[in-house]
Design a protein around this ligand. Structure first.
Ligand code: AP5
Length: 226
């Protein structure tokens, strides 16, 4: 199978993490979620975490120069030779340009960008009810995807918490940041013919199925082009 360099794009709460975990299992490719990487750094009180915390808590993006190096190092590693899944990166035009430059240096390119499309009202409903596993970052929702036992992760038994940036005022700010800084990437990738739109307001299994169909179609198109 040819290498698959995949980007998950979409507003906060669109389901990138939910679908990213499934893709990670299906495709067996390394999964790099910048939000998870940064939250782990905050928890471990590393220099990266200390730099990122204030930006994250207020719903702002961490500076491009901080995050670009983190991802460049991962996609240049031996585990990512067959491809990778990026969730939450790139999030600005300079980050997308830096990703293209790094991949070009490696003789590679972005294969597909899956835009998980949901409107702002749905984002607010989802993030307001999200519960996240304190240890492994596994994601639940009090109504749409409840854990079997209240407050306990089904997967590793850890406590489920409300993320600091899931407070209503921070959710609004994150949405504004998305519209302002990240939405321009839809055009950026559309112009490069790698954008695939996924309807994100269906139940998680249906979204996953649409993603599978989209990737299968893409592979057929690539095979025909060879
Ligand atoms: P990050 O963690 O990436 O946050 P985000 O993009 O805002 O995305 P979320 O994790 O909130 O949502 P998601 O799309 O993964 O949805 P999920 O699957 O959880 O980033 C956090 C912060 O880090 C940023 O604000 C920024 O400060 C910083 N950062 C990260 N990357 C950066 C970068 N590249 N540059 C600069 N700064 C960066 O689903 C949400 C909820 O909905 C869950 O409860 C889930 O169970 C439920 N759900 C999911 N799918 C469905 C469905 N189909 N139907 C119903 N419910 C669903």
């Amino acid at each position: 199978m040819p290498e698959l360099n995949l980007v998950l794009l979409g507003p906060p709460g669109s389901g990138k993490g939910t679908q990213g975990e499934r893709l990670n299992e299906d495709l067996r490719l390394p999964y790099y979620a910048t939000g998870d990487i940064l939250r782990a750094a905050v928890r471990d009180q590393t220099e990266l975490g200390r730099t990122a915390k204030g930006f994250m808590d207020s719903g702002d993006l961490v500076p491009d120069e901080v995050i670009v190096g983190v991802i460049a190092e991962r996609i240049d590693s031996s585990e990512a030779l067959d491809g990778f899944i990026l969730d939450g990166f790139p999030r600005t035009t300079p980050q997308a340009e830096a990703l293209d430059a790094k991949l070009e240096e490696l003789g590679r390119s972005v294969g597909a960008v899956l835009l998980i499309d949901v409107d702002d009202g749905e984002v607010i409903r989802r993030l307001g009810g999200r519960r996240t596993c304190a240890e492994g970052g596994h994601v639940f929702h009090v109504d749409f995807n409840p854990p079997e036992r209240d407050g306990v992760c089904d997967i590793d038994g850890s406590e489920l918490i409300v993320r600091d940036d899931d407070k209503p005022e921070v959710i609004r700010k994150r949405l504004d940041t998305y519209h302002d800084k990240t939405e321009p990437l839809i055009d950026y990738y559309d112009q490069r013919s790698v954008l695939r739109r996924i309807q994100g307001d269906a139940p998680p299994d249906e979204v996953a199925e649409e993603i599978r169909r989209t990737l299968a179609t893409m592979r057929l198109e690539q095979d025909e082009a060879v």
